[in-house]
Structures are given as structure tokens and as C-alpha cells.
Design a binder for this molecule. Structure first.
Ligand code: KIV
Ligand code: ZN
Length: 515
């Protein structure tokens, strides 16, 4: 007998909208487009591409994604007012499958202190917004913001009214990450019972991670009837972030015996998606992060290792391969030829040809001269630096650092700035400080350094050092990353990368932010 086809849970990815609200996660339009293409490859059902009314940059970026990413639905966010909705539609009208996502707060706290409106007013405005959006497209989602702190019966009234007005998806946001899984499950059941027309819409959930419960809450909601989960890659997002897509998807997949659902996600592209986001935003993933952390499949205990050798399932509930981690860590060295490197890159998911492959191979050879073994992570760092780099106003030409317990740490540096070579030197309390001083002098900038993090990409003292810096500009923060066997050079690269990324942000002044 043919197995019964499992019901589908839709994956709505908001990495490019809510995820971008993470401190330091600002991305330029090319970077967003690259992420959107990766999300399409991953098989997400809906991409929330941005909030078009926020700025001209957001609008253009959503429009570009709508025009070029044709498989998934492309959603644009809009507050519940006519102007926002018009702007959202303008941005996505050329999408193959457009969706307008409009939202309005419904909790008494928000109504009293933020909106200064009555419940009746909010209900009316929500319906008017949905009706206006429906004039453009039948694919309309409504979110009662702060739904989990909204009085349940009023929430049900709003949901029933917006469905009657034409909403085909009703999202239940846990905006401040307040609810507990069991309680959320009961809320979804309550909505099913009380909202008469609920079967005309899909129930979605959108959970924030303030209590570390975003994934658990999303799964509890699925168990009680939600059929769309809003999430982000690596769980990035406002404050403690959003539900992590890879965790939601792998929980549904690994425990399909319990949930009985499937998603459209091609799980073997999860790891590469996570790495792409880390490379673009410079926001690292903690080593013990589920599914995509460096230690997610590492077994330290002797007893576990013994069990694994005898039978993998003793201590492994999913394979690294199932999420796209090759698991082989094939080592390349200085005698590896161009073909071997290209074939290995292909296995890692990077199909490079022509000039791109040549640039990567040249860098590979340079690294292999100083580092005995080249691992996947080393190769990946090269690919991101050589192939996926952004337009650069500032380029590192030369760096010489003197440091030690008797020297005054001094960095002498040459940068190319707008095509002109500029040289200067800086002192500091240590070599990194001296390097950053030199960069600040040459570029005539002085941004607040919010964060400086060094990690070794692979083991050993000859490992590539990966550095992430975060700079503050005009209330926003931007991250930069750099990798090199020399951590001081990696630090300089990271700082310069952040400055280059800042150039894009300066030109994109946000007029509206979702508070
Ligand atoms: O967290 C939230 O409430 C949101 C809405 C705009 C859906 O992001
Ligand atoms: Zn949110």
C-alpha cells in the first residue's frame, strides 16, 4: 500500500527582514540577493525579502529579489496603513508569487502606550489594511503584533475579522519571546476552536527567542495546528533572535514519527546556507549551536566514540551529511592540483569555473605554502574572500607590525583608498590596536568598535585565524570579517571589510524601523 503523503508545514524565512534587524546584520542588496538565491536552493516556501517603506535601499532590494528569485513566494512587510501597503506592492508586483504581509499590534500594552488606540479602532484598521492589500493580491498575511500578550478572545475577534476581510494567512507573533510551549499550544487550539472561519486561512507562528524557547514554541504550535513557521537562518534576529530555521526543520524531519509532517526544505543545503550568512554578516555561530555549530557533530567522550564506531545510531540522531556537512574533511596540500581543488569545491557545493576558480586556486597555493594541510573551512574562507567579495573602497596593500614585550607596538600600513595608495603608521597598546589606529588615520574614520572576536578556523598553530569586528555608525552596527594565517592581518582585513560594508549602509538611511 502506498504510504500516506505527509502534510506539509510551510517554511517562511525572514532572515532578510527580521534577521537583518540583528545588531550588525545589515546587508547590501547584492548580499541580500545572494541569500535569497540560496534560500530558493534550500527550498523555502516564502522569503520575506524586506520592509520596502523603510528606505529606498530596502525597496530596491525587495524589488530585485522579486524580479530574480522566481520559485518561492516573495513577501514584503507593511504596517497596516495604505501608504505602506502601496509601497510593499510596488516592490513585489513583478514577483512570480507575491505576498503582502501587513501587521498591527493588538496587545493592550501596545494599544495603551504605543498606539494610543482602542481595541475597536485597531480591529477596524486591521480589516481596512487587509482589504486594501487584497485589492492587489489574494495572497495576504496579517500579523497581530504582540499576539501572545493579547487577550485571547480579542485576538480571536481580530483573526476572524481579518480572515473575513480576505487574509489567507494569519500569523501569531510571539513578538517579545514571552510565551511558554505548552501555553502556546493551548493558544493555537483556542484559536482553532473559537475563530469560526479559521479553516479559510493558514495559521502561522513567528517566535522570538528571548527565553530561549523560540524553536520549542514553534514546534508546540505545529503540534496544535500551525502550518507555517516563520524563522531565520542561524536564528538571527532582533535581540535574542528568531526561531532558527535549521532547528525547526531538523526537529520536524528527525522526529517525523512524533510530528508526522514534512517541509519542502532540501536539508543537505542547510550548512552552506548557514555559512553563507555568517560570511556575509560576519556574525559567528556559537560552537555548541544545534545543527550548524562547529561541535554539533563532534563527539568528545570516549564512550560515545566507542559507540559510534560500533554503530552510528548509538549516539547520532541525524547524520552530518543530511545537513550538508561533508564529514570527510578531505585534506588538500601543496601538491594538490587545480582539478582536485575544483572537484573538492564542487562536493562542498561551490561550482567555480574560469577566473573565479583561478583566483581561488592561486590563493589556495599561497596558503598551502605556509600551511601543511588545507581543510574545507580554509577553502571556504578563500572562496568567500575571492569570489563573493563586495565592491571595496578601501583595500589592504601592505601591513608591517612590530610588537613584543620591549617594543612599542607599531603598525605601518598602506591602503588603497578610492584607487590612491596612502601610507601611514599607528601606535597602540598591542599590535591589533596599533593596526586599527593606522587604519583609522589612513581612512580618516573613527567609528566606535563594538566587538572584536578572533577564532581559529581549524586546529593547529598554523590554522587560519578568523576575525569579526563590529563598528557602530549612526545608531546602527555593521560587522566585518577577515581570515588569514596571521591574526593581525586577519584583524586588519576584518576592520577594512566592516568599513567597506559601512559605505553601503551610509547611503541607505532608514526612515522607518519596526520597534
Ligand atoms: O516580531 C514580530 O511581531 C514581527 C512582526 C512584524 C510579524 O516581526
Ligand atoms: Zn519578529
Amino acid at each position: 500500500m502506498e504510504a500516506k503523503k505527509k502534510e506539509r508545514v510551510l517554511i517562511f524565512d525572514t532572515t532578510l527582514r527580521d534577521g537583518e534587524q540583528s545588531p550588525g546584520a545589515s546587508m547590501n542588496s547584492d548580499e541580500k540577493l545572494r541569500i535569497a538565491h540560496q534560500l530558493e536552493k534550500l527550498g523555502v516556501d516564502i522569503i520575506e525579502a524586506g520592509f520596502p517603506v523603510a528606505s529606498e535601499g530596502d525597496f530596491l532590494s525587495v524589488q530585485q529579489i522579486a524580479r530574480q528569485v522566481r520559485q518561492p513566494q516573495i513577501a514584503a512587510l507593511a504596517r497596516a496603513n495604505l501608504a505602506d501597503i502601496d509601497r510593499a506592492w510596488e516592490a513585489i508586483k513583478e514577483a512570480a508569487h507575491p505576498r503582502i504581509h501587513t501587521f498591527l499590534s493588538t496587545s493592550d500594552i501596545h494599544l495603551k502606550y504605543q498606539l494610543k488606540k482602542t481595541r475597536a479602532q485597531v480591529l477596524k484598521e486591521a480589516c481596512a489594511a487587509v482589504a486594501h492589500a487584497c485589492a492587489y493580491t489574494p495572497n495576504v498575511e496579517f500579523s497581530p503584533m504582540d499576539a501572545t500578550r493579547t487577550e485571547w478572545n480579542y485576538l480571536c475577534d481580530v483573526l476572524e475579522a481579518v480572515i473575513a476581510a480576505g487574509a489567507t494567512t494569519v500569523n501569531i507573533p510571539d513578538t517579545v519571546g514571552y510565551i511558554i510551549p505548552d501555553e502556546f499550544g493551548r493558544l493555537i487550539s483556542h484559536i482553532y476552536e473559537k475563530v469560526k472561519n479559521i479553516r479559510k486561512a493558514v495559521i502561522s507562528v513567528h517566535c522570538h527567542n528571548d527565553l530561549g524557547l523560540a524553536v520549542a514554541n514553534s514546534l508546540a504550535a505545529v503540534k496544535h495546528g500551525a502550518r507555517q513557521v516563520e524563522c531565520t537562518i542561524n536564528g538571527i534576529g532582533e535581540r535574542a533572535g528568531n526561531a532558527a530555521m535549521e532547528e525547526v526543520v531538523m526537529a520536524l524531519e528527525t522526529r517525523k514519527d512524533f510530528f508526522g509532517f514534512r517541509t519542502g526544505i532540501k536539508t543537505e543545503h542547510i550548512y552552506q546556507s548557514s555559512r553563507l550568512l555568517t560570511h556575509i554578516t560576519g556574525i559567528p555561530v556559537q560552537p555548541n549551536k544545534a545543527i550548524v555549530g562547529a561541535n554539533a557533530f563532534a563527539h568528545e567522550s570516549g564512550i560515545h566514540q566507542d559507540g559510534l564506531i560500533k554503530e552510528k545510531s548509538t549516539y547520532e540522531i541525524m547524520t552530518p551529511q543530511s545537513v550538508g556537512i561533508s564529514g570527510t574533511h578531505l585534506v588538500l596540500g601543496k601538491h594538490s592540483g587545480r582539478h582536485a581543488v575544483s572537484e573538492h569545491l564542487k562536493k562542498m557545493g561551490y561550482k567555480l569555473t574560469g577566473a573565479d576558480l583561478k583566483k581561488v586556486f592561486v590563493r589556495f597555493k599561497e596558503l598551502a605554502d605556509v600551511k601543511k594541510e588545507i581543510f574545507d573551512e580554509d577553502l571556504e574562507a578563500i572562496v568567500y574572500e575571492e569570489v563573493y567579495k563586495i565592491d571595496e573602497r578601501f583595500k589592504l596593500v601592505y601591513l608591517n607590525v612590530i610588537s613584543g614585550n620591549v617594543a612599542v607596538p607599531t603598525a605601518t600600513m598602506q591602503l588603497e583608498v578610492d584607487g590612491k595608495i596612502i601610507q601611514d603608521a599607528g601606535f597602540g597598546v598591542g599590535p591589533v590596536d596599533a593596526t586599527f589606529t593606522a587604519i583609522r588615520k589612513i581612512t580618516d574614520t573613527n567609528y566606535n568598535l563594538l566587538k572584536y572576536v578572533v577564532t581559529a578556523i581549524t586546529g593547529g598553530t598554523d590554522a587560519l585565524g578568523e576575525v569579526m569586528v563590529q563598528l557602530k555608525y549612526n545608531g546602527r552596527s555593521v560587522a566585518g570579517r577577515g581570515a588569514d594565517p596571521d591574526v593581525i592581518v586577519a584583524s586588519a582585513k576584518a576592520y577594512i571589510n566592516a568599513l567597506n560594508r559601512l559605505e553601503f549602509i551610509k547611503g541607505d538611511v532608514k526612515k522607518v524601523r519596526i520597534e
